[in-house]
Design a protein around this ligand. Structure first.
Ligand code: FAD
Length: 372
C-alpha cells in the first residue's frame, strides 16, 4: 500500500474547538420568518420544525424573527410562528421594513442578534434568505453554511453540525463553526418536513424598536409587479411528480411523461440531462442544482438515480422508478421498481390510471342507495 493511501486510512484529528469568551453567553435557536405581502414562505415553518428539535437538544428556547412594516400584520404572523413551534418571536416593525431590502433588513437583523445573542440563526435558502444570510454573516463576521441538507447538534460542545453535499455532490461534508457566534445556516425549501400546526400553541412576543432612516437606504421600491406567469411550475410543493431523464432518448418520448402527469394531475420533473437536451424547462430540474421536492409520489422514468438527482427527491413519501437496468442506483432507494422500457411502460400506466380514475369518478357521480 502506498504512503498516501496509508495516511488516508488513519482517522482525521479534529482541531480543538476554542470558542472565544465573548461568545459563551450566546443562547437560543432563531429562525428568520420570511414573508411577502402577508404570506409567509413555507420554508420558515419547515425551519421552525427543525429548529424545535435543535432547541430541545440544547435545552434552549426557539425563537422566530420577524421584520416588517408598521401596517402589514406581522404581529399575526408571530402567532402563526407559535403555532409552528416557536416559544417566542422577536418582532421589529418600522415603515422602512415594509418591503424586503437588503440594507435595512441586514441592519435590523444584526441589531437583534447583537442585542439578544442567539447561538444559531437559520434562514431559508430562498432568493430573499440567501441575500440576507450572506450580508448578515459578513456584517457579524460569523460563519454561514449554505444549502444544508441536514442539521444536528454535537452534545459535547453545543456546536451546530451543518451537512451538505460537496465536491460536485459526490461527497457529504459536515461543517462546524469553531470560533464565532451565531452559527448560521440556510436550508432549501422542502428539505425539512413541515411540522404539524398546533393552533393552541402561542409564542411570547418581544417587540424591539429599531432606529432606521429611509433617506439612508440606497434602494427604493417603486412598484410591486407580481410574476406574470401564474402557470409556472410549482415543483417543490407538488404532491405528485412524474419525472423523465436521459433514458427517454428523444423529446417525443419525454412527451409521454407530460401525458401521464396530466392524467394524474401531477407536475413534470426532469433530470439535468433532460433539461440540457431542451426537453424540459430549467425550472423543472430536480436535484442538487435544481429543485428539492417532497411529493407523496415521485415516479422517475429513464433516470439512473445519480446522487445529484437523489438529493433533490429522496424526501418523497413513495419513489417509483422505470428503468431498463435492474442495477440502476435509483433502485437502491426506490419503493417500487418497474424494470422495462419507459417508452412502453409510460403509455401503459397512462391508460391504466385513466381507466381507474374514470371508474372512480363514475362511482362518485352515481348516487348510492342510502343517498337516494
Ligand atoms: P443517465 O445517468 O444517463 O441515466 C439514464 C438512465 O435511463 C439509465 O439508468 C438507463 O438504464 C435508463 N434507460 C435508458 N433507456 C431506457 C429506456 N428506454 N427505458 C427506461 N430506462 C432507460 N443531475 C440531476 O438530475 N439534477 C441535478 O440537479 C444535478 N446537479 C448536478 C450538479 C453537479 C455539480 C454535477 C457534477 C452533476 C449534476 N447532475 C444533476 C448530473 C448527475 O450527476 C447525473 O449525470 C444525472 O442525474 C443523470 O441523469 P439521468 O439519470 O437522466 O441520465
Amino acid at each position: 500500500m502506498s504512503d498516501a493511501l496509508d495516511t488516508a486510512a488513519k482517522p482525521i484529528k479534529k482541531p480543538k474547538r476554542v470558542l472565544p469568551e465573548r461568545y459563551k453567553a450566546y443562547r437560543g435557536v432563531w429562525v428568520f420568518i420570511e414573508h411577502e405581502h402577508g404570506q409567509v414562505h413555507p420554508v420558515s415553518w419547515e425551519l421552525l420544525g427543525k429548529g424545535r428539535e435543535l432547541a430541545d437538544k440544547l435545552g434552549v428556547e426557539l425563537a422566530g424573527v420577524l421584520l416588517g412594516g408598521d401596517d402589514d400584520g406581522v404581529r399575526a404572523l408571530a402567532h402563526e410562528a407559535g403555532a409552528h413551534g416557536a416559544d417566542l418571536c422577536y418582532l421589529a416593525r418600522h415603515p422602512v421594513l415594509h418591503d424586503y431590502r437588503n440594507q435595512p433588513y441586514t441592519a435590523g437583523m444584526t441589531a437583534l442578534v447583537n442585542t439578544y445573542q442567539p447561538e444559531i440563526l437559520l434562514l431559508g435558502a430562498t432568493t430573499q434568505g440567501r441575500d440576507l444570510a450572506g450580508s448578515v454573516a459578513t456584517t457579524l463576521l460569523t460563519g454561514l453554511t449554505a444549502d444544508c441538507t441536514g442539521l444536528d447538534i454535537d452534545p459535547s460542545d453545543r456546536a451546530l453540525l451543518s451537512s451538505r453535499p460537496t465536491f460536485g455532490g459526490s461527497l457529504m461534508c459536515t461543517i462546524v463553526n469553531l470560533a464565532t457566534r451565531p452559527q448560521m445556516a440556510t436550508v432549501r425549501p422542502r428539505v425539512m418536513p413541515l411540522p404539524a400546526r398546533d393552533g393552541a400553541r402561542t409564542a411570547r412576543i418581544v417587540e424591539h424598536a429599531l432606529s432606521l432612516d429611509e433617506d439612508a437606504v440606497v434602494t427604493k421600491v417603486l412598484d410591486f409587479i407580481p410574476d406574470a406567469r401564474a402557470d409556472k411550475p410549482q415543483l417543490p410543493f407538488a404532491d405528485f411528480i412524474v419525472s423523465g431523464g436521459r433514458g427517454l432518448g428523444k423529446p417525443e418520448n419525454f412527451e409521454l411523461v407530460g401525458r401521464l402527469a396530466r392524467t394524474l394531475g401531477a407536475e413534470v420533473g426532469a433530470s439535468r440531462p433532460a433539461v440540457h437536451a431542451g426537453w424540459a424547462e430549467a425550472e423543472r430540474q430536480v436535484g442538487q442544482s435544481g429543485k428539492t421536492v417532497r411529493p407523496k409520489l415521485y415516479l422517475a422514468a429513464g433516470i439512473s438515480g445519480a446522487v445529484q438527482h437523489r438529493v433533490g427527491m429522496e424526501g418523497a413519501d413513495v419513489i417509483a422508478g422505470i428503468n431498463l437496468d435492474p442495477a440502476a442506483p435509483l433502485f437502491d432507494f426506490a419503493n417500487y421498481a418497474l424494470i422495462g422500457n419507459a417508452t412502453a411502460l409510460l403509455p401503459a400506466l397512462d391508460v391504466a390510471f385513466a381507466r381507474r380514475l374514470a371508474a372512480a369518478r363514475a362511482r362518485l357521480a352515481t348516487p348510492t342507495e342510502e343517498a337516494v
